[in-house]
Write a protein that binds this ligand. Structure first.
Ligand code: ZN
Length: 293
């Protein structure tokens, strides 16, 4: 859209652009493609409330998500936000290496380390890792299979309710693989509610609680000079939920809450010029109004 600071740089050739950068005031947001592949359920099984009309509209927004025979092709994407004070905040940590918890169903190994290197970001430059939630495809490059945090200088920001829900459910995957090593290294930063991570004269970087997909799900808002980039996490896992926010995704922990959260977030996004930055759509950035609900 004309008139917006839409500086886009890509690397690689053919297929989806693995790295795309968007500037917003004092911030720079780099989309980093960790992996791409078909989901293990058809789109109808994953979103059984969607109508053919919904699918037609979704296809116009994100044609790359539609594979043959109603398969759903999805990206697994992380975002690095360059902080005005130096260093980076990384939002989500992808599917991870061979042997990560996501190996059971996601296309591992991911390529986040390669993407970071291409973008000139060293692991030591990452000051903050925000995990939108503790599903395996968002926390894979948090800690190595040997239990070493990949980002030695970072605190890892997770909603406290996300951790307590896993503890209540007796989780034996993410707690030992991600949470306990970070607790041991002193890098786990459990938070409650929205937290300001960085500030500029006319904006900032903050977390926004967006529960429903999981109990302690959070999104990340980058706001400066009257514009914003909203890193949604899994509030939107497919464009069908952008064009029809009432459509539930099969693996939402609380579908009714997820629906209310999605509506509220998209309504709030409509009040400012907003780019949505999603983990799983095959377009790294899209205008909030492109859903045209
Ligand atoms: Zn996900």
């Amino acid at each position: 859209m004309a008139g917006h600071p839409a500086g886009a740089a890509t690397s690689g050739s053919g297929g989806p652009a693995p790295t795309v950068t968007r500037r917003l005031g004092g911030f720079e947001v780099v989309a980093l493609l960790d992996a791409h592949g078909p989901f293990f359920l058809t789109m109808d099984e994953a979103f059984d409330g969607a109508t053919e009309h919904d699918w037609d509209r979704a296809r116009r927004v994100d044609p790359g998500a539609f594979g043959p025979e109603r398969t759903w092709n999805l990206d697994f994407r992380c975002f690095a936000v360059r902080l005005p004070s130096g260093g980076y905040a990384l939002v989500d940590a992808g599917v991870g290496p061979e042997g990560s918890p996501a190996s059971a169903w996601a296309p591992v190994p991911g390529e986040l380390p390669l993407r970071l290197a291409e973008a000139g970001i060293r692991s030591g430059d990452v000051r903050i890792v925000v995990l939108t939630h503790l599903h395996a495809d968002h926390a894979g490059w948090s800690v190595s299979p040997e239990g070493m945090p990949y980002f030695p200088n970072a605190r890892y920001v997770v909603q406290r309710t996300e951790i307590s829900a896993l503890e209540r459910n007796g989780d034996e995957t993410i707690l030992p693989f991600v949470v306990e090593p970070l607790r041991d290294s002193g890098q786990l930063d459990p938070v409650g509610g929205g937290v300001c991570l960085a500030r500029t004269a006319r904006g900032g970087l903050m977390t926004v609680p967006t529960p429903g997909h999981t109990p302690g799900h959070q999104s990340v808002l980058v706001r400066d000079h009257g514009e914003q980039i909203l890193i949604t996490g899994d509030v939107l896992v497919h464009a069908v939920q952008l064009v029809a926010p009432n459509v539930a995704y099969r693996f939402e922990a609380d579908p009714a809450l997820a629906r209310r959260t999605r509506r509220a977030l998209l309504d709030a996004a409509g009040e400012w010029p907003t780019w949505l930055a999603t983990a799983h759509l095959t377009r790294p950035f899209l205008r909030a109004e492109s859903g045209d609900r």
